[in-house]
Write a protein that binds this ligand. Structure first.
Ligand SMILES: *[C@@H]1O[C@H](CO)[C@@H](O)[C@H](O)[C@H]1NC(C)=O
Ligand SMILES: *[C@@H]1O[C@H](CO)[C@@H](O)[C@H](O)[C@H]1NC(C)=O
Ligand SMILES: *[C@@H]1O[C@H](CO)[C@@H](O)[C@H](O)[C@H]1NC(C)=O
Ligand SMILES: [Ca+2]
Length: 470
C-alpha cells in the first residue's frame, strides 16, 4: 500500500561514503568496468578522471548491463563499492550476484566520479559474476572495489526501552527479542488474512503479524464509517501466542483531493492531499495542529484496547518517512521528526500507553528522531531474489551504533536464512507484504517459502509459544 517499487529502493538512500579511501589495502580487489563484459552498454572516455582506460555508459534499455567476473580464494564476504558518475541526476542500479539475488545500489547525483557503497557480496570460491543492470539507467560506471568484510562484534543491545514506564508486557517482548537476536529470525506477515494464507499454503504460521491502523484514521471514518477490525485481528494473533506489529497508513487529517485520480482512500499519499505537515506543526494553535492531535487521540483509543488486552506492540508509525511519498515525509526530515516526537509524547505522556516498542522506519541519519524515542530500527525493502538486504542492515547498524534491534518490517520477498547468516544480516524479524507479494510466485514461490518457513533459523508461531515467559 505504497509506492512499493520505489519503497524498496528508496531505502537504499542513504548513507554514503564521504570519499574514496586512500589506504592501500592488500586484500582489496579492483575491477575496471571497461574490461568487463558489456551487453547493450558501451565504453566511453568523454568524462575525464576515470581509472584504467575508460568507463561504461549506455544503460538506457531495461536489459542493458555490465558483467564482472571476480575470483575469490575462498567462500568469503566482501564489502563492495562502485565508482560511478551521476551526471544525469540521482539514479539506481540493480546489482545481481551469480545470476541470483538482486540488490539496489543508489547513486547520488554528481558532476564527477564518486563512490557508492553497494553493501556486501558473498563470493564463492573461484569465479563469481556480478551484474549491474539498468534499473533507472543513465549513469556511468568506472570500476568496482571489493574488500573483505570485517567480522561483526557480538551484539550489545541496550536492555532498556525508551519509555521509562514501559510495562511488563512490553519488556517481556523486548527481552525475548533480545534473547533471539543474531541467533534466529522471526517469520512475519502483513495482515492476519495473509498469515492464515501462509498456514494453509505453507503449513506453518508466521510468528509476527503486522496490522494497519489505516481504517481508524478519522478522515477515513468520515467516509466509510467504523469498519476497521484490525485490532481484533491483533488480539486474535496475540491469543494464539503470536507477536503483534502495528503500522499506520495515516490518512491526512484534512485536505484530501478526493478526485477520481486521488480518491479519499489514497489520503496517506503526498499526491492525494495538500495537507502540509510543516505548517500544521509550526503553530500549536492552528486548526490543523488540532486535527493532528485529534487523529493521534483516535489512534490512542485503539492502542489502549491492545494495552488492556495485554498485547505488547511493535509500533511503527510514520513509516517510510524519508521516501516522501507519504504526507508525513513530504516536507523533509524536520517536520517528520517533529511529528514523531509529538506522537511519542502524546501517546506516552498524555495517554500513558506503555505497551509500545517504538519502531523507526527510515535509514538516513538526518531523518533519525534520536536514541531517546526509538527502540527498534527498521527498513522496508522491496527487492526480488530473497537476498539478505545487507546494505540496509548495515546502514541501520551504523545508525544505532549497534545498540538497537533491527527489523525488516516490510519485505517484498522473504529472505533466505543461509544468506542472512552468511552476511551477518541479523534482522530480528521479517514481515512480507500482503496482496501481490506473499501470494505472488514472482516474488515468493511456494517452494522457497516452504524452505524458509521450515528452516531451523526461522522461528514460526509453533516454535515461539510461551515466549512471554522465556
Ligand atoms: C539505554 O537506553 C536508555 C533508555 O533510552 C538510555 O537512558 C541509556 O542511556 C541507554 N544506554 C546506553 C548505554 O546507550
Ligand atoms: C489546513 O490544511 C488545509 C488542507 O491542506 C488547508 O487548506 C488549510 O489552509 C490549513 N489551515 C491552516 C490554518 O493552515
Ligand atoms: C545513538 O546511540 C549510538 C550508540 O550509543 C551512537 O553511536 C549514536 O551516535 C547515537 N545517535 C544519536 C543521533 O545520538
Ligand atoms: Ca575504468
Amino acid at each position: 500500500m505504497s509506492n512499493r517499487w520505489f519503497a524498496g529502493s528508496l531505502k537504499a538512500a542513504l548513507v554514503f561514503a564521504a570519499g574514496i579511501s586512500t589506504a592501500v589495502c592488500q586484500d582489496a580487489l579492483n575491477f575496471e568496468a571497461e574490461d568487463a563484459v558489456l551487453s547493450g552498454t558501451v565504453v566511453d572516455t568523454a568524462l575525464a578522471g576515470y581509472s584504467g582506460t575508460g568507463y561504461v555508459t549506455g544503460f538506457d534499455e531495461a536489459t542493458d548491463k555490465l558483467t564482472f567476473t571476480v575470483t575469490s580464494d575462498s567462500l568469503k564476504l566482501y564489502d563492495i563499492s562502485v565508482r560511478y558518475a551521476g551526471i544525469y541526476g540521482e539514479k539506481r542500479t540493480s546489482m545481481i550476484l551469480n545470476g541470483g539475488s538482486s540488490s539496489e545500489v543508489y547513486f547520488a547525483a554528481s558532476d564527477t566520479w564518486a563512490t557508492a557503497e553497494g553493501g556486501q557480496v558473498l563470493l564463492e570460491e573461484g569465479d563469481n559474476t556480478i551484474d549491474f543492470v539498468s534499473n533507472w539507467g543513465w549513469y556511468l560506471i568506472d570500476s568496482i572495489t571489493l574488500t573483505p568484510s570485517a567480522p561483526r562484534p557480538p551484539h550489545d543491545i541496550n536492555t532498556s526501552l525508551v519509555n521509562p514506564n514501559a510495562n511488563a508486557n512490553a519488556y517481556a517482548l523486548y527481552d525475548y527479542l533480545i534473547s533471539i537476536y543474531g541467533k534466529n529470525i522471526l517469520s512475519g506477515q502483513q495482515d492476519l488474512a495473509f498469515a492464515n494464507w501462509i498456514t494453509e499454503n505453507i503449513g506453518k504460521t508466521p510468528a509476527v503479524v503486522s496490522v494497519d491502523l489505516m481504517d481508524y484514521s478519522p478522515s477515513r471514518v468520515e467516509f466509510q464509517g467504523n469498519i476497521a477490525t484490525t485490532m481484533e485481528d491483533a488480539i486474535t494473533h496475540h491469543r494464539r501466542g503470536g507477536i503483534v506489529s502495528v503500522l499506520w497508513h495515516w490518512n491526512a487529517p484534512t485536505g484530501l483531493y478526493n478526485t477520481d485520480e486521488q480518491p479519499w482512500w489514497s489520503g496517506f499519499y503526498t499526491r492525494a492531499t495538500d495537507f502540509n505537515v510543516a505548517t500544521a506543526l509550526a503553530d500549536t494553535t492552528n486548526a490543523n495542529y488540532t486535527l493532528i492531535i485529534r487523529d493521534i487521540d483516535a489512534i490512542a483509543v485503539q492502542l489502549k484496547r491492545l494495552q488492556r488486552a495485554g498485547v505488547p506492540v511493535l509500533f511503527r508509525p510514520l513509516h517510510e518517512a524519508e521516501g516522501g511519498w507519504f504526507w508525513w515525509g513530504a516536507q523533509g526530515a524536520e517536520p517528520a521528526k517533529k511529528l514523531w516526537d509529538l506522537l511519542y509524547d502524546r501517546l506516552t505522556n498524555h495517554h500513558c500507553i506503555n505497551n509500545l516498542i517504538w519502531t523507526w522506519n527510515s535509514l538516513a541519519a538526518d531523518w533519525y528522531p534520536g536514541n531517546s524515542t526509538v527502540d527498534i530500527l527498521s527498513a522496508d525493502v522491496y527487492s526480488q531474489g530473497h537476498g539478505p538486504m545487507s546494505s540496509e542492515y548495515n546502514q541501520l547498524y551504523e545508525l544505532g551504533g549497534g545498540k538497537k534491534l533491527i527489523a525488516a518490517t516490510e519485505v517484498g520477498a522473504a529472505p533466505l536464512p543461509d544468506l542472512l547468516q552468511a552476511y551477518q544480516a541479523d534482522w530480528v524479524y521479517f514481515a512480507v507484504w500482503g496482496s501481490q507479494f506473499i501470494d505472488n510466485p514472482q516474488w515468493n514461490p511456494v517452494d522457497v517459502l516452504k524452505k524458509i518457513y521450515n528452516d531451523e533459523y526461522v522461528l514460526t508461531l509453533d516454535e515461539i509459544q510461551g515466549w512471554a515467559g522465556k
